[in-house]
Design a protein around this ligand. Structure first.
Ligand code: URP
Ligand code: ZN
Ligand code: ZN
Length: 467
């Protein structure tokens, strides 16, 4: 009976099915499931019983896009691996895949080692790394092969941020060709950064310095153009492509067109694009700076295309792109010049709840919620079925979720180490109650019982979503 827990009486929701079942956990893994009330379920014996009656039992969320302690614009994102992964757990996420960064002139190895050093011994939940490739040289391409072998199987490139993280089309094509050979997945920040920088310079020259101009110069057409170009480059290279933080309906249309041709092209969006808009970016008194991220928030009309894409599977994943900067002292760096506002929003704690709210409001089915937030990101990034589902042999990353209680999202109550909430004052229905990571309680009836260092690095296999 050593190391056993049984979660009784809940509605077990996975991407594939919903069943009233008891879940037996042994030595950190799911040992068995049996329909609640049956003799098979009654036969489950354990040291610890969690009563999930009237609750959902969900696989822990998999957030495939976070930036803890990320340097940006002369500062760094406010959550450390310790605070950010703790906040993730509070929000029902038990795995994050963060981005290690290659600095220009440095090797991938140096960047990856630096991120391992930041994360090791600090995380409350399990974590993996993608690698941001910002300097494609012959050595970089060879290093990509080695990273794939050691479980860092996805590489982000930027068509934005010239002079910092930017790759030109030749560098992108070379990295894609390499990924086509080694099984890596190229993740693309698709915005035409060269054109955006011209528009930003012109806007500033006209005296247009407020946060809302960040959104105005980062035009939807320039997201769509870059998305189209990335798709064609991937097609030429014979590589799959995953487009991150899709926000414009014109970019969704490019993904739809590619997928209609049968191309292995995938898209991610984020809660901020589904629930926030340029109205937030236009908030007075510089408050719009809280909503500066790239790709930018779009006019509300774009949201319908994102919801539709999620329903039709033209968009497969909702990640957070959690990249928090405090309003005081960080976002404020851009007073008088929107190009100096650090880009990024907090959200790792809010994703599962906001997507449950989407279920409540009829945008998504319950199973689709779990598919886009747990199962598909696990498949996309080579973690399935260890993560993303509730099945014998899977890690016992479980969330007991109360779908009836309401909560008000607020910086006063959240656990992210940032001084504002992008969703301040918003009421949502549903709340995480208890969270297990590999069978260990991290949150227990809304009390934090986890510890820094419980979370381990996850070497990942190559993308499983193509199979
Ligand atoms: O504004 C954003 N998205 N900041 C994080 C970096 C990135 O491009 O994902
Ligand atoms: Zn990006
Ligand atoms: Zn990001």
């Amino acid at each position: 009976m050593s190391g056993r827990t049984v979660v009784r009486g809940g509605l077990v929701v996975t991407a594939a099915e919903e069943t009233h079942a008891d879940v037996l956990v042994e030595d950190g893994r799911i040992a068995a499931l049996a329909a609640s009330g049956t003799a098979a379920a009654e036969a489950f014996t354990a040291e610890r019983t969690i009563d999930a009656t009237g609750r959902y039992v969900l696989p822990g969320g998999v957030d495939g896009h976070t930036h803890m302690e990320m340097p940006f614009g002369g500062t760094r994102s406010a959550d450390t691996f310790e605070t950010g992964t703790r906040a993730a757990a509070w929000g029902g996420t038990t795995t994050v895949v963060d981005f290690a960064v290659q600095s220009v002139g440095r090797s991938l190895r140096e960047g990856l080692d630096a991120w391992h050093a930041k994360a090791e011994g600090k995380c409350a939940i399990d974590y993996g790394f993608h690698m941001i490739v910002s300097d494609v040289r012959p050595g970089t391409l060879r290093e990509m092969d080695r990273l794939v072998e050691e479980g860092v199987t996805s590489f982000k490139q930027f068509m934005a941020y010239p002079g910092v993280l930017y790759s030109d089309d030749g560098q992108i094509l070379r990295a894609m060709q390499r990924a086509a050979g080694n099984g890596g997945l190229i993740m693309m920040h698709a915005e035409n950064g060269i054109a955006i920088d011209v528009l930003a310079e012109q806007a500033l020259a006209r005296g247009e310095t407020a946060p809302r101009h960040h959104g105005e110069v980062r035009k939807a057409l320039l997201e769509a153009e870059a998305t189209h170009r990335a798709i064609q480059l991937a097609r030429v290279a014979g590589a799959p492509l995953y487009v991150v933080h899709v926000s414009a309906r014109e970019a969704v249309a490019e993904l739809v067109a590619a997928r209609d041709l049968g191309l292995p092209v995938f898209g991610e969006t984020c809660p901020q694009y589904l629930f926030l808009s340029t109205d937030d970016l236009a908030r007075p008194d510089f408050e719009g700076a809280k909503y500066v991220c790239s790709t930018p928030l779009r006019p509300r009309e774009h949201q319908a295309a994102l919801w539709r894409g999620l329903r039709t599977n033209d968009l497969q994943v909702v990640s957070t792109d959690h990249c928090p900067f405090c309003f005081a002292g960080q976002k404020e760096l851009g007073r008088g010049d929107f190009t100096r506002i650090p880009n990024g929003l907090p959200g790792v704690e809010n994703r599962m709840d906001l997507l449950h709210q989407a279920v409540v409001e009829g945008h998504l089915s319950r199973r689709r919620w779990i598919e886009i937030a747990c199962a598909t990101p696990a498949r996309m990034f080579g973690l399935y079925p260890r993560k993303g589902t509730i099945a014998p042999g899977s890690d016992a990353d479980l969330v007991v979720y109360d779908p009836h209680t309401t909560q008000v999202l607020s910086a006063a109550t959240h656990h992210m180490d940032v001084d504002y909430s992008a969703y301040e004052g918003r009421t949502v229905t549903g709340q995480v109650e208890t969270v297990l990571s590999r069978g260990e309680p991290v949150v227990e009836r809304r009390e934090y019982v986890g510890r820094a260092g419980h979370g381990v690095f996850l070497p990942r296999s190559t993308c499983q979503y193509l199979n």
